[in-house]
Design a protein around this ligand. Structure first.
Ligand code: NAG
Ligand code: NAG
Ligand code: NAG
Ligand code: NAG
Ligand code: NAG
Ligand code: NAG
Length: 474
């Protein structure tokens, strides 16, 4: 995944958006979310509609993925977003109790484990980043934490899959001294972006370390979580006082050429992992450090990504330049914040209030399509904007609202398990330790090179300036 690599410029979008705002048609709100029953009913409909984007359980289709990848003209969605979708439905089951999609999720999660059972399938090496692998790993971790039904015994188990992803990323072969540490974005060395060390790749690894530490109590994981957070801070990807979280930098510049684009999921993933560390270090002198990070990150997220209390993808939304990747970030932010409210108890009321207000705005714009209940991306304006204006089919937009609505039930649900408090998934400390870094099977194509060139150009432009050419009312 690459927020920067895959932006979708659409200069004509501004005009369309402006028109939509100028002439809003009054539409009845379809989704009610005032009571738990209404929330469950709304979530059920949203889950049904979202599933219509998924073809993975139809005959001849590939389980686990949304239509794509775009580089092969197969659809809008990269491999990682299938993993994110599986996580959204794992949470959906946990939050609502509706198991209608569990079989689909289990099939998808297991089909994509890859040849070595570590979420690095050969099919996807051509765009395999540590973050792409990390998203699948985090969905496996989530399955272990919420007690999602275990796979058959002859299949890899949720906890072991999360450990496998962690172990491949902790492998010395994946670490070097450029920039004083940190993972690179891409895994295969021939991939465009192998020279970029970015926040999301390291935030995924940090997050898995924090959660495995809390789940198993094993210090190896918490050592890594500490190391990763410290690196992100020291290299300057986290602003020292404002806690804005930036995108990344290049090894040729020792990561000092920081691209200052801020995406909501980077900050939210660091907050979520910090909350696991805070909970894990409860009663120790270490806890204060994590509390401080939670305080700063939540403050920063509210300031930058919830203006007026409504989720807003700041670097691209105001300019109509969000890529399909970016169009799915709001849902993760809502889901992760909801979990923070369970394990950093002192933030509970503040977070629940925030999510309630933002979700109200989310459903208010779901008035589109023939059903009168399709969702768009632009929550703040209260008006449905057809996802086609962003040149997507709308899976991310649908997933965001599903995530936000089901997360309203967080108060009724159990906090993430540890292996001492009900977690039963079988782990394997050695999982993922026998894999080799894979290189792409096919030669680098012209398309990949074009991707690399676009990335370079975007990185050379300044963080905010990079979207500047998509002027808003032309
Ligand atoms: C795919 O899953 C959906 C949701 O569970 C279900 O409605 C549909 O019948 C399934 N399709 C096939 C071909 O199994
Ligand atoms: C890899 O691609 C082949 C051919 O499209 C497909 O049959 C298979 O299911 C894919 N495997 C994964 C894990 O996506
Ligand atoms: C490279 O960056 C790291 C991390 O910021 C720093 O510790 C190191 O001193 C830098 N190396 C050089 C040669 O500037
Ligand atoms: C949890 O995992 C730790 C570390 O592997 C182990 O020492 C402990 O016995 C486990 N607890 C349970 C209840 O399985
Ligand atoms: C840690 O998480 C548990 C839920 O597993 C919660 O009850 C507890 O309050 C959390 N601890 C703190 C200090 O917030
Ligand atoms: C802790 O985790 C590490 C890394 O996976 C593993 O090598 C070690 O055996 C584990 N320790 C215990 C006590 O289970």
């Amino acid at each position: 995944m690459a927020a920067l690599l895959r932006s979708s410029p659409a200069s004509w979008l501004g005009g369309l958006l402006a028109a939509a705002y100028l002439f809003p048609t009054a539409q009845a709100i379809y989704y009610n979310i005032d009571t738990p029953d209404q929330i469950r009913q709304s979530a059920r409909t949203l889950a049904y509609d979202m599933m219509l984007f998924y073809k993975g359980n139809q005959s001849g289709q590939i389980p686990g993925i949304l239509p794509g990848p775009p580089t092969e003209h197969l659809g809008d969605y990269y491999w990682w977003e299938g993993g994110a979708m599986m996580g959204t439905y794992i949470d959906y089951w946990h939050l609502t109790g509706d198991d209608s999609y569990n079989a689909v999720v289990t099939q998808g999660m297991l089909h994509q484990v890859g040849e070595d059972q570590d979420y690095q399938p050969e099919n996807h090496t051509a765009s395999l980043g540590n973050d792409d692998q990390g998203f699948w790993g985090m969905s496996a971790m989530l399955a272990a934490e919420v007690g999602f039904p275990d796979p058959p015994p002859d299949q890899p188990q949720w906890l072991a899959l999360a450990q496998a992803v962690f172990n491949t990323q902790a492998d010395p072969a994946r670490h070097d001294e450029y920039c004083g540490g940190g993972l690179r974005w891409q895994i295969p060395r021939l991939n465009a972006g192998f020279n970029y060390k970015n926040t999301i790749a390291n935030a995924c690894f940090f997050n898995l370390g924090a959660r495995l530490a809390r789940y198993t109590g094993n210090q190896t994981y918490s050592d890594w979580a500490n190391k990763q957070f410290d690196w992100l801070y020291n290299v300057g990807y986290i602003h020292p006082t404002e806690y804005r979280v930036f995108d990344g930098g290049h090894i040729e510049e020792n990561c000092t050429d920081i691209n200052k684009a801020q995406f909501s999921y980077n900050a939210a993933l660091l907050l979520h992992g910090s909350a696991f560390m805070y909970n894990y270090t409860d009663g120790t002198p270490e806890q204060d450090k994590w509390k401080n990070r939670i305080d700063k990150l939540l403050w920063s997220i509210k300031r930058d990504f919830f203006p007026d209390g409504i989720a807003f993808e700041m670097p691209c939304e105001g300019h109509g330049g969000c890529s399909p990747d970016m169009l799915s970030f709001k849902g993760y932010v809502h889901r992760w914040l909801a979990v923070v409210s369970q394990i950093a108890w002192y933030k509970r009321t503040e977070i629940l209030d925030l999510l309630a207000g933002s979700t109200k705005a989310a459903v208010a714009q779901c008035t589109g399509g023939e059903t009168g209940r399709r969702c768009g991306f632009y929550w703040s304006k209260g008006v449905y904007v057809d996802p086609a204006v962003d040149k997507t089919s709308g899976a991310g937009e649908a997933m965001n609202v599903l995530a936000a609505v089901s997360s309203l039930l967080i108060e009724e649900t159990k906090p993430p398990h540890t292996n001492e408090t009900g977690g039963t998934s079988k782990g394997d400390y050695a999982a993922g330790t026998h894999t080799t870094i894979k290189e792409p099977l096919r030669p680098i194509t012209a398309g990949d090179r074009a991707g690399a060139a676009i990335l370079t150009i975007l990185i050379l432009a300044s963080g905010m300036g990079m979207f500047g050419y998509m002027s808003f009312g032309d």
